[in-house]
Design a protein. Sequence first.
Length: 404
Amino acid sequence: MPFDLILRQAQLRHRKKPVDIAIAAGLIREIAPKITGRARNVIRARGRLVTESFVNPHLHLDKVYTLEMQDSGALEAYHGGTMGAAMTAIERASRVKEEYDESWILANVRRALRLAVRFGNTHIRAFADVDSKAELIAVKALLKARKEFEGLVELQVVAFPQDGVVREPGTVELIRQAMEIGADVVGGIPWIEYTAADERRHIDEMLDIAAAHDADVSMLVDDAGDPGLRTLELLAVRAIEQGMIGRCLAHHARAMALYPEPYFKKVTALLKRAGMGVISDPHTGPLHARVKELLAEGALVALGQDDIADAYYPFGRNNMLEVGFLASHMLWMTTFPEMEKIYDMITVDAARAMNVKRFGIRNGFPAHLVVLDAGSVYEALWNHREPRYVVSHGSLVDPDALPA
């Protein structure tokens, strides 16, 4: 058999007529109106929409399904209208880490990743808290899950100092250790520090570790209702100064919603110079980055799930079509062209933000595909149903044979 898999009559987003797609050895080998070769497996799409698989650049995977372990105080504080108590919410939510144990974290992670596979979510940037309470427990759990789901979901594990660096002594060394045992990305949350000097130190310490490991950086910046927060600007400036162009990613940036227009324009220019994308999760907080304005300025923006049933958000299924559906409403991106952009932000743009190489439906690229139960992006977002078929790393996924 020359091919492992052929998709027949696949409707691609930017082609008028359906095509066949042939896959072998994990790669897309041919795209043509009619492929005459044989394959071990054949999927008959029958004109349904076939796209790149979904990509989630922001998920606190170590905390999934922990909401019932906590009271509602953190959720109430974080979801306050102005997010003025966001720091309080984080402090209250951190109590769950006193109970961290690899066994229950790993069980929850497996549950979330099985959903990811079912919903065609094949790439995830997964955050794991690292501090004096969590130590390396969560990182080790996610590293085990990364191995178990290899070939199904590609996890980029983020060593994340959720409670700060300066205000949480010993965290810098723990982040170093997390990278040494296999974490992929250096995290950060500089706005949580108490002073501007400590914010700068937080960023500098994390960028130094990233440089030492040739790693990307993901930082939660300005995640509160305070227009005076400046860690988004500071991260962009330091990335430019240290030559980390395209290696740093900014998450949330909710204070941007309150920026004066001149300052917003300046920060956007810095983001583009730094090659820095912004990951927005508008469904998990009352404020969010100015997505439409960022897009109009030519900045890179993607959407993330952020949370699944934890102290910050009570829902979530690792279904990026559902995230896109919610974002379409919250961002008022409801025209057909805007829906197409929403779809980019949960597929190709999210992959670009995560520095996933060769991601797309092109000859020679790895085969990460979904066959949707829809004929268009509009219909797919509207119903946000589970794909009919998921192809991950070139293989057709059997949803009933996932890691237990």
